[in-house]
Design a protein around this ligand. Sequence first.
Ligand SMILES: Cc1cc2nc3c(=O)[nH]c(=O)nc-3n(C[C@H](O)[C@H](O)[C@H](O)COP(=O)(O)O)c2cc1C
Length: 259
Amino acid sequence: MNLPSVNLIYFSPTGTSRKVVKAIGQGLEAKQINEFDITQTDFECKNFGNELTIIGVPVYKGRLPVEVIPRLKHFNAENTPVVLVAVYGNRDYDDALLELKDVSTALGFTPVAAATFIGEHSYSTESKPIAKNRPDEADLLKAKQFAGAILTKLEKNDGLELNVSGNYPYKELPNAPVMSPGTIAAKCTLCGVCADACPVDVIEVNKTVITNAKACIWCCACVKACPEDARIFDAPLINQITNNLFENCSERKEPGFFI
Ligand SMILES: Cc1cc2nc3c(=O)[nH]c(=O)nc-3n(C[C@H](O)[C@H](O)[C@H](O)COP(=O)(O)O)c2cc1C
């Protein structure tokens, strides 16, 4: 099957969801790939017709990152076939894929396939690595194989509703304390890379770096992007989460497919 075009929509503060979605997209060997990166607020919107679309997002607390939903609502679809991808940090994806299915269906998409992949955890550190360097070569090969399976399914056109894992009611989101990564002034060159990387525009760089912790989503885009390792998320709760993940979620998990 030759697809004329495929749309890729992704929210990916630390780049792992983007990698997975692009690998699946390339595996589809469409003539044209259109990318809609909704990680930053200045993305283009589109009304989609019947061209295949892939939506990829990270799992936050077993759910969709909350700011993903209003961003996805900028897109309209009309029975547009969609492939749903949830990328998680080797703990669990809980209800995120089900929530993504429900949100995309409400926007007019028709889910035809879904997958879960593993990405290096946002809170992984040098000393406590969690899913370090995932997605790796083996994951990207699985992404390509998944693309092949999607093409076969589209050819069959069986019209069956897609079932994915997850439960109702969705996992409750815990109350999050107000906090954010901070900057080690002695290392910081005020280059502004952290502010550019922030998906929710909460970092201001002038004579110092000021972060509006109230609106921070803890995604660690700024930490991973800082060229001087001057941005760190050194809070007791985050250190406790990292320790807990390192202790309990180090065993390699594998991608899962719903097709
Ligand atoms: C606030 C927050 C919550 C997260 N919750 C989960 C989770 O519930 N389960 C999990 O396995 N990983 C969780 N992660 C890890 C991310 O899903 C994982 O690192 C993913 O690869 C990040 O995607 P990105 O690189 O596209 O930003 C969480 C990360 C953040 C920042």
